[in-house]
Design a binder for this molecule. Structure first.
Ligand code: URA
Length: 213
């Protein structure tokens, strides 16, 4: 299942437009904040699908029947580009546990690349709801590798992926290997370059967020 948040919220499409815009995306603080805001809206939408429980809350004037989240999710981020989206999710799931994974593309001379994962910090994921933040779902290979890596830490009850822009090929690849994962995105683009960049996309999300290049 893939959910395009722009179809439900005009503001998400506004923020995606700013992320893409070469005249606006050079403002790094705004770029990070726009990713963070997409993470916040995704958290709000995902929260509607999570288990809730009834709780009697004591107020200064009495007792209020309330609904509270049964359990906080685990927020997992692919370093470094996933960090602003992660922060947005964490702003809303403010007691969540967190996992960090370092994944990068190791480029070969012939233009091909492989995904290398070399760091993971993660609580047990057994029976937990896991939400993975990665702003650009391009080929899907780093996400699939990350999900497989995370499964070694226990079998989650459900998994969600949050991204700003997803590419059709990547969505299909992830769903072929992980059919039950729900993908939440701000836009869906159809093309990929030979180097695995999304077209029209927005460029390199990590570089734009942090000036790493
Ligand atoms: N990662 C990015 O930052 N941009 C893309 O287009 C694809 C992967």
């Amino acid at each position: 299942m893939v959910i395009n948040l722009s179809e439900q919220h005009s503001l998400v499409s506004n923020w995606v437009a700013e992320l893409r815009d070469t005249e606006i995306q050079t403002d790094r603080m705004r770029f990070r904040r726009n990713l963070e805001r997409i993470g916040e809206i995704a958290a709000y939408e995902i929260s509607k699908l999570l288990p809730w429980e009834e709780k009697e809350i004591t107020t200064p004037l009495g007792s209020a029947p309330s609904k509270v989240l049964k359990e906080q999710p685990v927020l997992a981020t692919i370093l470094r580009a996933g960090l602003p989206l992660h922060q947005g999710l964490l702003n809303y799931f403010d007691r969540a546990d967190n996992a960090f994974i370092s994944a990068y593309r190791k480029h070969h001379r012939d233009g091909s690349f492989e995904i290398s994962l070399d760091y993971i910090s993660c609580p047990s994921l057994e029976n937990r709801v896991v939400i993975i933040a990665d702003p650009m779902l391009a080929t899907g290979s780093s996400l699939v590798k990350t999900v497989q890596y995370l499964r070694d830490e226990g079998q989650p009850a459900e998994m969600h992926i949050v991204c700003a822009i997803a590419c059709t090929v990547g969505v299909e690849f992830v769903h072929r290997i992980e059919p039950k994962v729900k993908i939440w995105c701000g836009a869906i683009d159809d093309e990929l370059t030979a180097k695995g960049y999304i077209v029209p996309g927005l460029g390199d999300a990590g570089d734009l967020a942090y000036g790493t290049k």
